[in-house]
Write a new protein. Structure first.
Length: 245
């Protein structure tokens, strides 16, 4: 154990990780042992219990990136930018889960992995916008211009989410609506399995997000420390030159 962790005591982040593992195991039991197999789609339907929570988790991450980006544009605080990056990266992880699990479910439900269904296309657009966000972060220098461009991309991406949510009703898509009151609903056992999926993904989101925020804040602190040390070293050199002269 490091000196820092010993002096500060137990890190709650480890408890969060332990709860996430427990929630994952509980969700496995609820989904594969407790919830019944759907009659028409069979075992493939169980993707639903992870597909829907991962979509909600991606929206949360993107909204965090949006809110933190707005705060950064207004205040210029690097801490807000660190939250924005963490939200965008975490959102992308879960959005990738959505676009990978969705086609597996679609293959059984629609007979094909991908269609031009409105919600699918808009979700892909949403993912591409935030992938562009990450690319700009990776390739661009860590400057104010880069941070402002990424903030604009985060705002643009979140503006797409209402279209994703309303696309089925707006353009008569065929995406399932089983938990919105528009579809046939799900059995109580399936509701418990879905709830377990939401709990697991909420905790998993927090694990990823908190870890990334910590990394971002630590990086900012190190950069600030380096600048302070460089300034002090420069000041000392100037004073030494003045004394010598």
């Amino acid at each position: 154990m490091s000196k820092r962790s010993t002096s500060q005591g137990f890190d709650p982040f480890y408890l969060l990780c332990a709860l996430t593992v427990a929630a994952f195991l509980a969700s496995l039991w609820a989904i594969f042992a407790y919830a019944p197999i759907e009659r028409q789609m069979g075992i493939v339907q169980k993707i639903f219990y992870y597909h829907v929570p991962s979509a909600i988790a991606s929206y949360v991450g993107f909204f965090v990136a949006f809110g933190a980006s707005v705060v950064y544009l207004i205040t210029g605080k690097r801490g807000a930018d660190a939250f924005a990056v963490a939200g965008a990266e975490t959102g992308v992880i879960f959005c990738l889960m959505v676009v990978m699990s969705g086609p597996l479910w679609a293959r059984k439900a629609w007979g094909t992995f991908w269609t031009g269904e409105p919600r699918l296309m808009l979700t892909l657009v949403l993912l591409l916008i935030f992938l562009a966000y990450l690319v700009v972060r990776k390739l661009g220098e860590d400057t104010e211009l880069t941070r402002r461009i990424c903030a604009a991309l985060a705002i643009l991406g979140v503006a797409n989410i209402p279209l994703v949510r309303s696309s089925v009703e707006r353009w008569r898509g065929h995406h399932p609506q089983v938990i919105t009151g528009e579809g046939g609903g799900i059995a109580p056992e399936m509701q418990l399995a879905l709830l377990s999926g939401f709990v697991f993904f909420a905790l998993l989101f927090l694990v990823f997000f908190v870890a990334r925020v910590r990394q971002g804040v630590t990086r900012i602190e190190l950069e600030t420390l380096e600048r302070d040390l460089a300034l002090r070293a420069h000041t000392l050199r100037v004073r030494e030159e003045e004394v010598e002269s």
